[in-house]
Design a protein around this ligand. Structure first.
Ligand SMILES: Nc1ncnc2c1ncn2[C@@H]1O[C@H](COP(=O)(O)OP(=O)(O)OP(=O)(O)O)[C@@H](O)[C@H]1O
Length: 479
């Protein structure tokens, strides 16, 4: 992510540079900083403010440049990309001449190496130990195929992905724990394994434990029975990185929750890393003690939303590329799957595998027809007959137009652009042909529809608002 999205008035200082600018904070500037904070709190909401903005430290302002510092490279990056323009705006309103905001990474004396500490020399290759593993016995195996590289990023999982990367990086991430939540099959477990793999690749000797909340409970109760609870506690609390999957499982299980709470506290206060996943947000987890919920919400809570059409396409492309056998899967089949299998990524992946495996078995080319036949059961379950009429209505409603306008010959931009969006969606989301779509839009020619589709494709690449409209409409219409 980083600096690419930062506006020209904002820069992210090199996250690795620990030294801070020599600006100084005067009393007047500190008062402005408090006002800016209040304005940001009001406009971004309490949650966003606490997560992203509250940890910022104000360093000072010199020659039109405001310097703030975040506790980690991850936070610095995120603030620069998502809040820096607002920061600049509020400063500029209150202090003449402010043109730029610089976000740097705060050097934290508590974590800095004491001066004089020798930096470890790189180890020669031959001395590198065999690939490290999670703590045997205690941890479930960490799957090597689930890596950051094999995780495809889109708007719906971007925050979770970036935060997960920050946990695996060497410096303190600036938040603890990381709480990932989302419904089934959206990549929570994948990200946890990716954290484990990346962390162990950097520090092969680290003690990493990945376990389901169910395993946590089973192991804890077994240790209690065997009168080995102390050793269980010690083993678990001495890890460097603890990852607990599906924490909703301990709902209603009181003694397990008690133990879980103390484990969380120990890990966090020892500065070790904790990652937790659940199928819903902390506020929505029922049957879990309030003190655990607030401890969880104290770190960074990142949701993973269902993948949109674009992300589904990208995931499918990535999965096809990663397949061991080189099977040609034409683009129209990929688009077909991305359009039809919308529930979650696990199902999408399963559908692709099913089609490809069967094609290889019977030595048939992968076509849309073939895919439709192989997935008939799955598709029937999802089938919702989406009509051009549905699309027109939704688009008209979204742009606050009358249906008659959408179908009219009016060329004014405020009508013509939504009409092109509707034609584009009709082509992408229904099996109707271009001439058929033209007919349904007031008897237009198929070349008009073709032009509309091309135009919207071009615009989506450069116009974020339009792209957002199309994605939202696609989700509303196509599930
Ligand atoms: N963004 C993504 N890129 C690549 N693969 C993904 C992505 N999201 C999910 N997957 C794949 O989808 C499958 C299901 O993901 P995963 O098991 O991580 O889901 P989950 O959210 O943990 O679900 P559950 O709550 O049911 O355990 C995995 O094979 C995973 O690799």
């Amino acid at each position: 992510m980083a600096s690419s999205a930062a506006t020209s008035s904002v820069k992210v200082a090199n996250p690795l540079a620990r030294a801070l600018p020599s600006a100084h904070a005067t009393g007047g500037d500190l008062a402005i900083w408090e006002q800016v904070r209040a304005a940001l709190r009001a406009e971004s909401g309490e949650r966003n403010f606490e997560t992203w903005l509250a940890p910022l430290a104000f360093l000072g302002c010199d020659e039109g440049e405001v310097h703030v510092a975040a506790p980690s490279a991850f936070l610095a990056d995120w603030v620069a990309n998502h809040f820096a323009e607002r920061l600049r705006h509020h400063w500029a309103q209150r202090r003449a001449g402010v043109r730029q905001v610089t976000v740097s990474v705060r050097s934290d004396p508590a974590h800095a190496a004491p001066s004089g500490t020798p930096v470890a020399a790189p180890r020669p290759l031959a001395a590198v130990p065999a690939p490290a593993m999670a703590v045997p016995g205690l941890s479930l195996p960490i799957e090597s195929r689930y890596t950051f590289q094999s995780f495809v990023v889109g708007k719906s999982n971007e925050l979770a992905y970036n935060a997960a990367q920050a946990v695996a990086e060497p410096g303190a991430p600036g938040f603890n724990p990381l709480f990932l939540h989302g419904t089934t099959g959206l990549g929570k477990t994948h990200l946890m394994h990716a954290i484990g793999n990346a962390y162990l690749a950097r520090q092969p000797d680290a003690r990493v434990v990945y376990m389901s909340a169910e395993k946590f409970m089973v192991e804890f109760l077994a240790a209690l029975r065997a009168k080995e609870a102390i050793s269980f506690k010690q083993k678990l609390r001495s890890v460097d990185l603890l990852m607990i999957d599906d924490v909703q499982f301990i709902a209603g299980k009181e003694s397990t929750q008690e133990e879980f709470f103390h484990t969380m506290n120990e890990i966090i206060s020892a500065g070790k890393r904790l990652v937790i996943t659940a199928d819903r947000s902390p506020q929505n987890l029922e049957g879990i003690e309030q003190r655990i919920l607030s401890r969880m919400a104290w770190g960074l809570v990142a949701d993973i939303n269902p993948a949109d059409y674009e992300l589904r396409l990208n995931i499918l492309h990535a999965k096809v590329e990663a397949m061991p056998q080189q099977v040609a899967v034409p683009d129209d089949v990929i688009e077909f799957l991305a359009r039809k299998i919308t529930a979650n990524v696990r199902e999408l992946e399963g559908a692709l595998n099913r089609v490809v495996a069967y094609a290889a078995l019977v030595n048939a080319p992968v076509t849309q027809e073939f895919a439709r036949e192989r997935l008939a059961d799955l598709l029937r379950a999802h089938e919702r007959k989406l009509t051009i009429d549905d699309i027109q209505r939704k688009v008209a409603e979204h742009y606050k137009l009358k249906m008659a306008d959408l179908l009219s010959a009016r060329r004014a931009r405020e009508v013509a652009r939504p009409r092109q969006v509707a034609m584009y969606l009709a082509k992408k989301l229904t099996p109707r042909s271009l001439p058929e779509i033209g007919r349904r839009f007031g008897g237009r020619d198929h070349t008009t529809v073709m032009h509309a589709v091309k135009r919207i494709e071009e615009l989506r690449a450069v116009d974020r608002e339009l792209d957002g409209d199309v994605m939202m409409l696609t989700r509303l219409l196509d599930g």
